[in-house]
Design a protein around this ligand. Structure first.
Ligand code: ADP
Ligand code: MG
Length: 739
């Protein structure tokens, strides 16, 4: 924040000998203390007299010392000071626990008879007598002004800070006050321009910082908090707006639609009609690709809404116009799945240059980390020569030796696993800035989209193609044996009808501790509150063995799929499953994203209480993709009423991805939701709550965009620039901490 010298001074300059304790809470400078906000405010203590004490209430009492003596605990001899204080009519005991005899002596000396002050603390009862334990005390020492002020302040709300064992809230409060009181407005640089402040009726920064730390009334801190919250939203949105403006300022190659090209050929042979949404979004993309400005679009869609086809049509438009498209996927399984389904969708259009291929055809190259040397060389060559119009890959695509002849469009699938920097690396592989399409795996709440993907325009696919029968979801209590047995019978029935069954487990092998990280994509899934007492999670290998021995599944082939298998084994497992040769597939969440087997009709998720909401929703999206209805059975051992049980039953209760996303955001808080994102937005958001502050984020975004429109580099707003830079540094540090 700002360049003011006073605020750059180390905390220890205001709080001698406490530097370490402050640093442990993330405060290095005086400025950091200013931005360390109270978590909440206690009601003002009642200025009362001793006759009016109520046990449990926090009170402030003006009183004088009558006596003070040292006593020792019988057990460990620890010294404490017992003082009698009086307001003239009644007396009250105040007990101060100390660690050392010296401290106790010092205290007793300071509490000489007749000394007046304000004592603030909670009323408790000890040995049938009301007392104050370790009350805060401020001496008046005969100064009427001091007494007057103390009496006044007793009626102020008390800020409560996130504290530590070394540093309690009272100390933080005192130091914050020391920092904020002498501060002048001109020592601060306010990132929010005055014009914006006026329009939004926000006060100046100094006032807000003062009121958040030293409020006189509840209104004071509420107003201050609103203004600081707005500031957080505004700085973040300004950063996103600047990012968006910078990207938009780069020239891109226009890729207008070519009549009679691959896209037309593809549309002509599409085995289904596009949904209205697919058509609309498709037109939107087509328009933007035709401009010499890089498209920057986020495509959100309900699970199964057909994002892939939309993306493919955009890719074909680019290929028709002489460019190449790169499709970036988060896992090898998904990358090869994408390559396979794109080839299948394209048919002979994907056999460009091959015997029997369509004349105007192109090629789909696959680039992952585990290709054989020859396959890799071929793919690299196809990408570099331009023979492959579409190059699909994992982050292997990002490596230096991958070159494109004419990269025109980057599609990032399931963005939540990719960082902004990776996006940029890929973009840098093109001479002109390529167009960008980002796709999320599941819908995300609008506020999250604005916060995390605020530099992108958003398109949404809400409907799923007609003719899908949907998925019904049920919770199966893990300890209900008949229900669990019924689950496997159900699997059998589906297989007999020609369906396929996924059985999803939270880990790979019974004895692996690290299996979890291969599996859980959301940090919340493991070690989360609300799950039953630690009990081993069901594992792929063990469950597969068990199912093979189950009479109900007699004669049914059971396969496995997990991240530790070789790419060939994975491919084979998926192919056998797709063909029906092995109709039951026990797997980890590798099937979570994008795996597309239309015959899959049933999914059993074991330890469902260990998975996150959007993860379950995404998993469930793997079934019911064909004409036959899907059934999803969530086996859970979470006790009713726990957050984990709530998660599972919420997923069972609705198939609306947006509703689930909002629930998720509310239940987990944005720390987790945004923390998993590439912006590291979580660290810089201290007061802003994405789930709650949607309107405020809207306002801030409108203001930030207007500002950036006039001044794309924010040259006239150094304070705002500085705040953005500070935020970026914070989130980069956080990113480095995490890796
Ligand atoms: P998601 O949006 O979850 O990524 P996909 O793109 O994987 O969904 O599409 C799911 C399935 O629906 C695929 O098999 C795809 O071919 C099919 N599909 C896409 N669009 C339509 C449509 N308009 N009508 C029928 N099926 C469609
Ligand atoms: Mg998909």
């Amino acid at each position: 924040m700002g360049s003011s010298g006073a605020l750059d001074k180390p905390v220890s300059s205001v709080a001698p000998r406490m530097g370490k304790a402050f640093e442990a809470l993330g405060m290095r400078t005086a400025g950091d203390v200013l931005r360390y906000y109270p978590r909440r405010y206690a009601d003002p203590s009642n200025l009362t007299d001793i006759s009016g004490l109520v046990v449990g209430e926090t009170v402030s009492i003006v009183a004088e010392v009558r006596s003070a003596v040292i006593k020792h605990a019988r057990k460990d001899g620890a010294p404490r000071v017992e003082a009698e204080i009086t307001d003239g009519t009644r007396t009250l005991r105040a007990t101060f626990f100390t660690k050392r005899q010296g401290m106790a002596q010092h205290m007793v000396q300071s509490m000489h008879r007749g000394r007046r002050g304000l004592f603030t603390g909670k009323v408790s009862v000890f040995m049938d007598q009301a007392q104050l334990t370790n009350p805060k005390h401020d001496w008046f020492d005969g100064d009427d002004d001091v007494e007057q002020r103390a009496r006044e302040e007793a009626g102020w709300p008390t800020p409560l800070y996130p504290a530590s064992a070394q540093l309690d809230s009272t100390k933080i409060r005192a130091v914050a006050r020391l920092v904020v009181e002498p501060l002048r407005e001109d020592e601060l640089s306010d990132p929010v321009p005055a014009s914006v402040r006026e329009a939004r009726r926000l006060g100046p920064l100094r006032q807000a910082l003062y009121d958040i730390h030293v409020p006189r009334t509840d209104d004071d801190w509420r107003r201050a908090r609103h203004r600081l919250r707005y500031e957080e939203a505004f700085v973040l949105q300004a950063e996103l707006a600047r990012r968006r403006a910078r990207a938009a300022a780069e020239p891109a190659t226009a890729r207008p639609r070519v009549v009679g090209g691959l896209l037309d050929a593809f549309d002509a042979r599409l085995p289904f009609t596009l949904t209205a949404g697919q058509r609309e979004v498709g037109d939107e993309l087509a328009r933007e690709l035709a401009l010499p400005v890089p498209m920057q679009r986020l495509l959100q869609g309900e699970v199964g809404s057909g994002k892939t086809v939309v993306a493919l049509r955009a890719m074909l438009q680019v290929v028709d116009a002489g460019g190449q498209a790169a499709l970036l996927a988060p896992t090898e399984v998904l990358a090869s799945q994408h390559a396979r389904s794109l080839r299948a969708l394209l048919g002979d259009l994907a056999e460009g240059g091959m015997l029997g291929g369509a004349e105007a055809g192109t090629r789909v190259a696959l680039l992952t980390g585990s290709l054989s040397t020859t396959a890799r060389r071929d793919a690299l060559l196809d990408a570099a020569s331009g023979a492959a119009g579409i190059v699909v890959g994992t982050h292997a695509l990002l490596s230096k030796n991958v070159q494109f002849a004419e990269l025109g469009l980057v599609v990032v699938d399931e963005q939540h696993k990719f960082g902004v920097e990776q996006r940029d690396t890929l973009r840098a592989k093109a001479a002109a800035s390529p167009h960008l399409l980002v796709m999320t795996a599941t819908p995300i709440p609008r506020t999250v989209a604005m916060t995390v993907f605020g530099d992108l325009e958003t398109s949404v696919l809400t409907e799923v193609p007609a003719g899908r029968s949907g998925v019904s979801t049920h919770v199966v209590p893990a300890d209900n044996r008949p229900w669990v047995a019924r689950t496997w019978k159900r699997v059998r029935e589906e297989v007999d009808k020609g369906g396929r069954a996924y059985v999803v487990c939270a880990r790979i092998e019974g004895d692996d501790d690290d299996g979890a990280d291969l599996v859980a994509t959301e940090p919340v899934t493991l070690g989360d509150s609300g799950a039953a007492p630690r009990r081993p999670l069901r594992a792929v290998v063990e469950v597969a063995d068990e199912l093979r021995g189950l009479p109900d599944l007699d004669g049914v082939a059971v396969g496995i799929l997990h991240g530790r298998m070789s790419p060939e084994d994975k491919e084979r497992a998926l192919a056998d499953f797709a063909s029906g040769a092995v109709p039951v597939l026990v797997s980890t969440t590798v099937v979570e994203v994008g795996v597309d087997v239309p015959e899959a009709t049933v999914m059993v998720v074991l330890d469902a209480d260990r998975f996150g909401v959007s993860q379950l929703h995404q998993l469930r999206g793997r079934i019911g993709r064909g004409a036959a209805p899907g059934v999803c059975l969530l086996v859970s051992s979470a006790p009713p009423g726990t957050p984990a049980a709530d998660r599972v039953s919420t997923v069972a209760g609705t198939s609306d991805g947006f509703e689930l996303a909002s629930f998720d955001l509310e239940q987990r808080g944005e720390g987790d939701v945004l923390g998993a994102s590439q912006w590291g937005a979580a660290t810089s958001l201290r007061l802003l709550r994405v789930a709650r502050d949607g309107d405020l984020i809207d306002d801030a975004r409108a203001d930030a965009r207007a500002l950036v429109e006039q001044d794309p580099e924010l040259a006239a707003w150094p304070a705002l620039q500085a705040a953005i830079d500070a935020r970026l540094t914070d989130s980069r540090d956080e990113f480095l901490d995490r890796t």
